[in-house]
Structures are given as structure tokens and as C-alpha cells.
Design a binder for this molecule. Structure first.
Ligand code: PGA
Length: 254
């Protein structure tokens, strides 16, 4: 089954307007957006307008880095799914490990956020992954299954998963293709058990954790790796567009 590659840039708390605008100009003129991959940028919420304008006229999509589980109300500092949608987003990241770790988000809250995103017409990208300790305890596959099962309880329909081993995020230590494939295959088999094989085959499962131009090719070569959620390397338009191009070319050969 060939799935269209998805390349997602998670800018985290980086970039000012001027940098974001020049990133967009460079990306738009790189030619990489016309190669057939789905490309989505997840900037800080205050930069959504700037990125939307900078990429207008291209097929690049926009996403929020986080979303509140409630529809509206007294939640200072938060953003609702409808507000993200109104700002031009079609995606919302849910449960990035930095949110799970630094903001105490548990599986249930992540699932509620994904449900809120879906209700507003956004496509949730649910992030999952084990810590270094969980991996050394041999608990990786159980952790992934628990995180995924909680997210599926809210009845997600159109969504993507991002497998991001916590020990690989921002560390320069990338999962080997074999380690990543084992996790992705496990997630796909859990999806198959819970949603049926046909649906499971269509759900994009992205890898994240120190992905960069030098390693995307061998990772993307794995049968269950459908794209990347990229932090550090996505801040450089040359690196990001090189990654888009290499996956687009590989997908055409699949
Ligand atoms: P990284 O971040 O590519 O810098 O490791 C990935 C992520 O946190 O989504």
C-alpha cells in the first residue's frame, strides 16, 4: 500500500516573524512543495498568520502545536480548535512529548484534545513514544499500545500518528531504521486490531526524533514509515525542503 508522504515541521518556540517570512519565501521557491508530499508547518500560534501569508498559493498546510480540549471559555493562554481552524490550520499536534513532560499531559487529556481537534474539522496528529527508561525496561511496545489505545477511545477518524521516541528528540540520537520500523509496525498492527486492516493501512505514521536530511532516506525506506515530524532540521528551509524532496522521490519509486 503506498501512502503519500507527510512532512511536518514542528518549530516549537522558535522563529520571529521576519525569520518565518524568509523561511516561507525560501520554501515556496524551493520547488519541493510540488513533489506530491503533504507538507505541514506547525509554528507558534502567534506566527500562524505570518506563515499562512508566506505560503499562500502553495499546497503547504498549517497546524497548531497544541489545542485545548474545551470548545471555548476561561482558559487563559490556551487556544481552541475552532480558533486554530479560524487561523487557517488544518492540523493540530496532540500530546507532543514536551507537552506530556512539561505540562503533565496524560493519555486521557491527549485523547480529549484530539477529539476537540476532530470536532472542529482539524486533523489530529497524535504523538506517542517511549522514554529512555521505558525502552531499557523493555516496555516500549506496551507504552505505545497504551498511548494509542487511549487516543482511539474517542473515535478518531481522519488522523495521523507521530512515533517520537523521547530519547531521540533534540538529542541528535536518531532511532535506527530497525528500531523505528519495529515501533511503527506495532502501531500499525494495533490500529489494524482496533480499526480494521483496511483503515490501518491508510493512516500515516510519521517518525520524529533527530530526523535530518542525512537519515530520512534510510528511515523512509522502511515499509511502515510514512513521513517525518521534524524539529531542529525543520528550522532550516534548505534542510526541510531536501527532506521533502527525498521522500517525494522515494514515494514515486515505491
Ligand atoms: P527534533 O524534534 O527533530 O529536533 O528531534 C522532533 C520533535 O520534537 O517533533
Amino acid at each position: 500500500m503506498s501512502r503519500r508522504p507527510v512532512l511536518a515541521a514542528n518549530w516549537k518556540m522558535n522563529m520571529l516573524r521576519e525569520e518565518a517570512a524568509s523561511f516561507c519565501a525560501a520554501l515556496a521557491s524551493s520547488g519541493s512543495l510540488a513533489g506530491g508530499a503533504t507538507v505541514a508547518i506547525f509554528p507558534s500560534a502567534v506566527l500562524l498568520d505570518c506563515v499562512r501569508e508566506g505560503l499562500a498559493g502553495t499546497d503547504a498546510q498549517l497546524g497548531g502545536q497544541d489545542v485545548h480540549p474545551e470548545t471555548a471559555g476561561a482558559h487563559t493562554g490556551d487556544h481552541s480548535a475552532a480558533q486554530l481552524r479560524d487561523a487557517g490550520c488544518t492540523w493540530a499536534l496532540c500530546g507532543h512529548s514536551e507537552r506530556r513532560q512539561n505540562h503533565g499531559e496524560d493519555d486521557r487529556l491527549v485523547a480529549r484534545k484530539a477529539a476537540a481537534a476532530q470536532r472542529a474539522g482539524l486533523r489530529p496528529m497524535v504523538c506517542l513514544g517511549e522514554t529512555r527508561g521505558e525502552r531499557s525496561d523493555g516496555a516500549t511496545l506496551d507504552v505505545l499500545e497504551r498511548q494509542l489505545a487511549a487516543a482511539l477511545e474517542v473515535g478518531l477518524e481522519k488522523f495521523a500518528l507521530a512515533y517520537e521516541p523521547v530519547w531521540a528528540i533534540g538529542t541528535g540520537e536518531t532511532a535506527t531504521p530497525e528500531i523505528a520500523q519495529e515501533a511503527h509496525a506495532h502501531l500499525r498492527s494495533v490500529l489494524g486490531r482496533k480499526l480494521g486492516k483496511d483503515r490501518a493501512e491508510k493512516i500515516p505514521i510519521l517518525y520524529g526524533g533527530s530526523a535530518k536530511p542525512e537519515n530520512v532516506e534510510e528511515l523512509y525506506d522502511q515499509p511502515d514509515i510514512d513521513g517525518f515530524l521534524i524539529g531542529g532540521a525543520s528550522l532550516d528551509p534548505n534542510k526541510f525542503s531536501a527532506m521533502i524532496t527525498s521522500c517525494s522521490e522515494a514515494a514515486r519509486g515505491r
